[in-house]
Design a protein around this ligand. Structure first.
Ligand code: ZN
Length: 164
């Protein structure tokens, strides 16, 4: 899905986790939002990839879009160093990544950005390269932009409001 939709899902995860550990609310929210777009560091077209293009171009060349960075192993590797500092923040980062993988697992894209890998995510990479997912939502299509994104944003906002 698009970066904005991933961020909306990350916000939902962040708001709920921040509610369980209010003292770490801000870093938890930031980690969940970062996690929600972190796997797309594998494409220079993404929000994060445009910013860190030397990294994203390299990762794209090696793994392709929706490759290794869309796996459970990547989530564990990303969480490990954060866990040493703060387990609740690491959980938030992992939750953000989990929302990204789940959203990509039900969405499919077209065009050059998806030439190498199509629908779904390689959850068990590098053990298995096969992709888990269903072709349910077209990336940047009307279902994503007119239904999923606004409802997820509303839900995140309402959940956040309930915390106050
Ligand atoms: Zn992705």
């Amino acid at each position: 899905m698009m970066g904005r939709t991933h961020l909306a899902f990350g916000a939902v995860a962040g708001v709920h986790l921040a509610g369980t550990t209010p003292a770490l609310g801000l870093p938890i929210m930031a980690a969940a939002l970062l996690g929600s777009i972190l796997p797309d560091l594998d494409t220079p077209y993404s929000k994060l990839g445009r910013r860190f293009w030397p990294v994203s171009k390299l990762v794209f060349a090696v793994f392709g879009h929706r490759g290794g960075t869309h796996s459970l192993l990547f989530a564990a590797l990303a969480m490990a160093p954060v866990w040493m500092v703060s387990p609740p923040v690491a959980v938030a980062l992992g939750a953000g990544i989990a929302t990204h993988l789940a959203a990509d697992a039900i969405s499919f894209g077209q065009g050059p950005r998806f030439k190498i890998r199509g629908a779904g995510v390689p959850l068990f990479w590098p053990l298995r390269d096969g992709k888990a997912g269903v072709r349910l939502v077209k990336v940047n299509g009307p279902l994503e932009n007119l239904v999923i994104l606004p409802w997820t944003m509303l839900y995140a906002a309402q959940s956040g409001w309930n915390l106050i």
